[in-house]
Design a protein around this ligand. Structure first.
Ligand code: MRU
Length: 346
């Protein structure tokens, strides 16, 4: 990544305000838990792994608040975990990280608040550093699927901006480029919030990777005309059977990939796999404010008073997924068993 997505600085969480990119590059300091929660909810920080890491630091901030205010430590930190957990429902990494932090909170019961805050901070740093390592491994594993010359189509932003560093889907691109491969990327703009054109194109361009932005409705034509070798996307939650939730529009791309005989790859850390859900039907799908559709481009883009449907994610059934790339390796079919084997090893 050309710039750090998440930083812990002066006892605060420093984030790039991603709602302002690519026009403005502005970092914000989140010094209290409502600010962290607002940043996640309004997509100042977004992308499943980045949400998880930010929430972990949010718990440290809650600990600091308890110390500064003299509030009951456990009550305040637990209330804050609850607040953070209510920001976005789909990315399981949020709940994964909060659960880890709550375990640390519980395991330090009885110790001095300052000490507990220190242990929580150490754990948040671990989650952050682990995400960096995991993204590198995903990149390395995924790059083996690409030929020396590859043209990729991607959707939304599953890059360094969506993780602690380097990304998941874009990690595959970065790792392939670092391995000397010649990679070009088509980035779907990703309506309604344009994470593809605003963020994916921004970070790939900053990194010197060949990137072309297309509107979402151009994907079929690009697949027919442009010799796309594969589609690579990230994920917000993968069910135990291999069904994949990702940014709305991903499912349509998977269908297009099948029609055009193009492999459809999903790159994600194990922390995105939810073994508690047997299929994608159980994945909670966030519905966002209708204004994102009706006032999408800084102006009114739908008539006043019409009904709007704005699901932020969709579920791609496992049979349309050619492979799932993780830090543990690449699963091709029989996802349920492969996931079980991977988790047994960790
Ligand atoms: O609504 P967003 O921008 O948080 O959605 C992000 C995505 O859908 C990403 O593809 C996913 O979180 C994977 S990020 C490595």
């Amino acid at each position: 990544m050309p710039v750090p997505t998440i930083l812990w600085e002066n006892n605060a969480l420093r984030l790039i305000d991603q709602t302002l990119l690519p026009e403005e590059y502005i970092q914000i300091d989140c010094k209290d838990t409502p600010t962290v929660a607002e940043a996640i909810k309004s997509l100042r920080v977004r992308g499943a792994p980045a949400i998880g890491v930010s929430a972990a630091y949010g718990v440290v901030i809650a600990a600091q608040e308890a110390i500064a205010s003299g509030k009951d430590f456990d009550t305040h930190v637990k209330d804050s975990i609850q607040t953070l957990s209510q920001t976005r429902p789909t990315a399981v990494n949020l709940f994964w990280a909060l659960e880890i932090m709550e375990e640390v909170l519980n395991s330090t019961a009885g110790q001095l608040p300052e000490k507990r805050r220190e242990v929580l901070l150490t754990k948040a740093h671990e989650i952050f550093e682990e995400d960096k390592r995991v993204c590198r491994k995903i990149g390395k594993n995924g790059a083996t699927l690409l030929d020396q010359k590859a043209t990729i189509l991607t959707h939304c932003n599953a890059g360094g901006l969506a993780t602690a560093d380097y990304g998941t889907a874009l990690a595959v691109v970065y790792a392939a480029v670092e391995a000397g491969k010649n990679v070009a990327v088509y980035a779907d703009e990703t309506r309604p919030l344009l994470q593809g054109s605003r963020l994916t194109a921004w970070e790939l361009h900053q990194s010197g990777v060949d990137v072309t932005v297309i509107c979402d409705n151009m994907a079929a034509t690009v697949l027919r005309q442009k010799n796309i070798d594969c589609i690579v996307v990230g994920s917000d939650r993968i069910a135990a059977n291999g069904d994949v939730a990702n940014k709305i529009g991903t499912y349509g791309l998977a269908i297009l990939a099948r029609e055009h005989n193009v492999p459809f790859y999903v790159a994600a850390p194990l922390s995105t796999i939810d073994m508690n859900l047997s299929s994608g039907d159980a994945i909670p799908i966030e519905e966002r404010n209708p204004d994102e559709v009706s006032h999408g481009m800084g102006r009114q883009t739908a008539p006043e008073g019409v009904k709007i449907y704005n699901p932020a994610f969709d579920v791609t059934p496992k049979h349309l997924v050619s492979a799932i790339i993780t830090e543990q390796g690449v699963a091709k079919g029989n996802y349920e068993q492969t996931f079980k084997d991977w988790f047994a090893k960790t």
